[in-house]
Write a protein that binds this ligand. Structure first.
Ligand code: CMC
Length: 430
């Protein structure tokens, strides 16, 4: 970390010096680590709008330019030229693999796709109508009770084994959560298939029939996984980092990330977005919904619109839009009414003063639901698929954090506005 010129802060009659640390890309940061010790003041930044919570070399977002880089490579290039396991290797180890490294990594992932057979009991314990995110969160957390030989975070080998296990098993867990909700038998992984084809087969095959994976769909699935693989210090990633800062085991920490991702402001937006597009139903009803989104007395928001960091466009949404066109064309459903509503809604919103002024653009979730719907997934499966893809990002960030020499427990401060000390009153005097 390079230190450049400093900043000064004046409190009362005293001026304090704060170092400024230089980043390789994006804004430099004012180092306030000694602020409390030297000034007796905390900083206040709910929602972390101006606070860098860690150092990281994994993912970079330029919200103004609409740029997303994984280890320096653009998301557009990776989505068009790479595949999910290669991207996973890149996120985990820092560089694109050569053929030998890729074969070795693919082999390791492939050999860990099965779940401990006893884990099927967990699925059966859930109600049939349970949301798959509830099942995935529970089963993911339960992994720490099965794989005792990879929970010691101080052992780099165990960290590696835990990482491979989670990346390999999440598709099986997600597919089985879906199968369980359908009342269909679990389909075991098929190791001759690639990562995405295997996932589609585990979701859509049934033992009674032969199932051929459509290569167009598996390619689209793989692209969706790449686009969701990592996104810097978002809410779920920060949750994983905070949970693991206490030394908790990796399976539990990733379960915490899944729980955070579920919310409609984060990974749950793809499900909410498709529901909204269906609710709009026809192009002529769009103005009514735009009006509601602009009304600050109405809690309704355009789902799939807006982003904390992207203030120009979300590069993932452009790739996703192209992919939606491609998949729907190839499946012969280009006249899909939901896609028509989505495109028209995007057009109208992008010309509207409210959305222009607030810099609200379609995000990754705006088009992903349309593709997943065309593939045959119910809306409840959209966020689980996001969780599956994001697992490698969470793990990469977790590994980076654990191996950092300054790793310490996360412990934010607060601006306390409650009562000062008051003496306890016995019940009969209140
Ligand atoms: N529709 C209508 N108005 C909006 C929207 C929207 N989708 N998003 C933000 N605004 C308005 C908001 O009402 C506020 O207005 P005002 O200044 O008058 O109070 C202003 O824009 C700023 O919004 P904010 O909530 O303070 O911004 P934020 O950076 O805290 O929130 C967000 C970002 C993504 C949570 C928000 O834009 C949102 O709720 N979008 C809809 C949900 C969504 O699509 N989420 C997926 C995000 S991308 C995938 C992921 O990260 O998981």
């Amino acid at each position: 970390m390079k230190e450049t010129k400093g900043a000064k802060i004046t409190i009362g009659d005293n001026t304090f010096h704060l170092p400024i640390l230089e980043s390789t890309e994006g804004p430099n940061v004012i180092d306030i680590r000694k602020l409390y010790a030297e000034t007796g003041h905390f900083t206040f930044d709910p929602g972390f709008t101006s606070t860098a919570s860690c150092e990281s070399s994994i993912t970079f977002i330029d919200g103004i330019e609409g740029q997303l880089l994984y280890r320096g490579y653009s998301i557009e290039e990776l989505a068009n030229k790479s595949n999910f396991l290669e991207v996973s290797y890149l996120l985990l180890y820092g560089n694109l693999p050569n053929q030998e490294e890729l074969d070795d990594f693919t082999g390791r992932i492939t050999r860990h796709t099965m779940l401990h057979e006893q884990m099927t009991n967990f699925f059966r314990g859930f109600r049939r109508d349970a949301h798959p995110m509830a099942i995935i969160c529970g089963v993911q957390g339960a992994m720490s009770s099965f794989y005792h030989d990879s929970v010691d975070i101080s052992d780099s080998w165990q960290r590696e084994v835990a990482s491979v296990r989670m990346i390999a098993k999440l598709p099986t867990i997600v597919a089985w959560a879906y199968k369980y909700s359908q009342g269909q038998p679990f389909i075991y992984p098929q190791n001759s298939l690639d990562y995405s084809s295997n996932f589609l087969r585990m979701c859509f095959a049934v033992p009674a029939e032969e199932y051929e994976v459509n290569p167009i769909l598996s390619e689209a699935m793989d692209r969706i996984f790449i686009l969701h693989a990592d996104h810097e210090q978002n809410a779920s990633t920060s949750t994983v980092r905070l949970a693991s800062s206490s030394g908790a085991n990796p399976f539990a920490c990733i379960a915490a990330g899944i729980a955070c991702l579920w919310g409609p402001a984060h990974g749950g937006a793809n499900e909410a977005c498709l529901q909204m597009l269906r609710q709009i139903q026809t192009v002529d009803r769009i103005p009514e919904f735009i009006k509601r989104a602009k009304d600050n007395q109405d809690p309704f928001r355009l789902m799939g619109f807006g982003h904390r960091v992207y203030k120009n466009f979300d590069p993932r949404s452009s790739v996703m839009k192209e992919s939606a066109d491609e998949v729907l064309n190839l499946l012969g459903i280009e006249n899909n009414p939901t896609l028509q509503v989505a495109k028209e809604l995007e057009r109208i919103a992008l010309e509207d003063e409210y959305f222009i002024e607030k810099k609200l653009y379609p995000n990754v979730d705006f088009y992903s639901g349309i593709i997943l719907d065309a593939m045959g997934f119910p809306t409840s499966m959209f966020t689980p698929i996001f969780a599956l893809a994001r697992t490698v990002g969470w793990i990469s960030q977790w590994k980076e954090m654990i191996s950092h020499p300054d790793n310490k427990i996360g412990r934010p401060r607060q601006l306390y506005l409650g009562s000062g000390y008051r003496p306890f009153k016995p019940l009969n005097q209140r």
